[in-house]
Ligand binder design. Structure first.
Ligand code: ZN
Length: 339
């Protein structure tokens, strides 16, 4: 019998009767008694565990890095299971058992939070958080395009002669493709910030995670004519399967070294001082050109920040090489004009 992994469809019920689930069942049906009333999309962790488990089998026959990647995903799943299993120590209840369970649960949770949310952590996803070159800094703008603030930002960057990197949200880019195209035509770098900017990114099912990455990439390709090579997740969240899926999609994760917290700051002077206080050679600075209450605070702060950083001798660069932004997918003439 040959082993072949067929990913379950979003609403597919896992049973032993369907041919593809006989294969999936080698890993899944043992923990899912038949008849199984729930659907795959309602059980993200089981679907995740199944995907990790099957991929580990595949990677044993494959290359070394893939094996390491999936081993890390599997270790993360085990950490999740062990952390939650520690709650079983509470029964029968005693003070010593409570203290032991609380200690295990707290440590496990803190480690998981660190792995999922620390922007420069390399364990779950290899990422770049700095740019190379003495005196270089990179401005990056997330969550756009915004029909009001992004054109204002592009005007400002053109006036100052600064090139920046835009991590666009796919569905918003599809709404305002002319803004994204303008940014690309004016020499900025366009990168993938997922399709819908789901705030629970680290809990996505494998199928939804892949769709968020692929649909975001497809949106950039449709608008600019190339497949983006760079990716950043919502709020920098990691996911146990993100490294593998980014490799499959040919994407590199770009993190940051300065979080401006422009999403929370309502005073442009405070925002400017916060950035200028931290700025050093190689920094990647994260800002937002789309915010629910508008990006006017960032737009007020930015001219002063650019002038001051220039006065200190810094140069503004893209977060990644624009020449390598992706494989052109338009006709040659159209690619020329897109660049
Ligand atoms: Zn974002």
């Amino acid at each position: 019998m040959s082993l072949r992994y067929v990913p379950p469809k979003p609403n597919q019920i896992l049973t032993k009767k369907e041919p593809e689930n006989l294969i999936l069942g080698l890993k899944v049906v043992k923990v899912i008694p038949e008849p199984f009333p729930w659907r795959v999309r309602e059980l993200p962790f089981l679907a995740l565990a199944a995907d990790v488990s099957i991929t580990l089998c595949e990677s044993r026959r494959g290359s070394g890095p893939g094996q390491t990647n999936m081993a890390r995903s599997a270790i993360f799943c085990l950490l999740f299971l062990a952390t939650n299993a520690s709650l079983a120590l509470l029964y029968p209840f005693s003070l010593s058992r409570f203290l032991l369970a609380a200690s295990i649960y707290s440590v496990g949770t803190l480690v998981m939070l660190y792995l999922l949310f620390h922007p420069r952590n390399q364990w779950l996803v290899t990422n770049r958080s700095r740019v190379e070159g003495a005196g270089c800094v990179a401005l990056t703008f997330d969550d756009g395009p915004n029909p009001v603030d992004t054109p204002k930002l592009l005007d400002l960057l053109r006036e100052k002669g600064v090139k920046a990197t835009f991590f666009v949200v796919g569905k918003r880019a599809d709404q305002y493709p002319e803004i994204v195209r303008r940014a690309w035509d004016e020499g900025h770098l366009i990168a993938n910030h997922t399709w819908s900017h789901c705030h629970l990114f680290c809990f996505l099912t494998p199928a939804r995670l892949r769709a968020e990455i692929e649909r975001g990439a497809e949106s950039v390709r449709r608008i600019c004519g190339f497949r983006s090579r760079f990716f950043r997740s919502p709020v920098g969240q990691r996911h146990p399967l993100l490294r593998r899926y980014l490799e499959d999609a040919g994407l590199e994760y770009v993190s940051w070294s300065i979080r401006s917290r422009d999403t929370l700051t309502r005073n442009s002077g405070v925002l400017a001082r916060r950035i200028l206080r931290q700025a050093a050679s190689g920094d990647i600075i994260v800002l937002h050109d789309h915010l629910p209450r508008g990006a006017h605070v960032m737009l007020e702060a930015l001219p002063g920040v650019i002038d001051e950083l220039r006065a200190r001798g810094f140069r503004f660069v893209l977060a990644g090489p624009r020449e390598d932004a992706g494989v052109p997918t338009l006709e040659p003439a159209a690619c020329e004009s897109a660049r």
